[in-house]
Design a protein around this ligand. Structure first.
Ligand SMILES: [Zn+2]
Length: 126
């Protein structure tokens, strides 16, 4: 850190230059403003609490729980609307609920269409 007026070297945090008596605060502010923000350290996570990345083991556990018929639905609702649930887990659960809802709707449409086709093949409507 150097004085803007006379170029003398200043001790860290000095308010006035020892050489010419000029205020150093303006220089400090200008330096801070022009300084680039520190890049995040690799591996360091600086997000909101509750949004930490999930580990591979946690994903495996979640996917294994999805195999269990009734428990999976209960867990998806708990994770989707629970208060202190990890954000990634929450979003995973919401995505799973949406996908399974689409799956149910599609299976209803297909089974309805299939019943119609089968009915027509066997002449049920004549
Ligand atoms: Zn000076």
């Amino acid at each position: 850190m150097f004085c803007e007026q006379c170029g003398a070297k200043l001790p860290e945090g000095a308010k006035f230059c020892a050489g010419c008596g000029a205020k150093t605060e303006r220089v400090q502010v200008a330096y801070t403003a022009s300084a680039e923000p520190a890049p995040p350290r690799p591996g360091a996570y600086s997000g909101q609490p509750g949004s930490e990345p999930l580990r591979v083991g946690q994903y495996i556990g979640m996917l294994l729980l999805m195999i269990v018929p009734i428990l999976s639905v209960v867990l998806l609702f708990v994770w989707s609307f629970g208060g202190s649930v990890n954000l990634n887990k929450k979003n995973f659960a919401r995505a799973m609920l949406i996908v399974s809802a689409i799956g149910i709707v599609l299976s209803i449409i297909f089974s309805t269409a299939l019943i119609g086709i089968v009915g027509e093949l066997f002449g049920g409507y004549y």
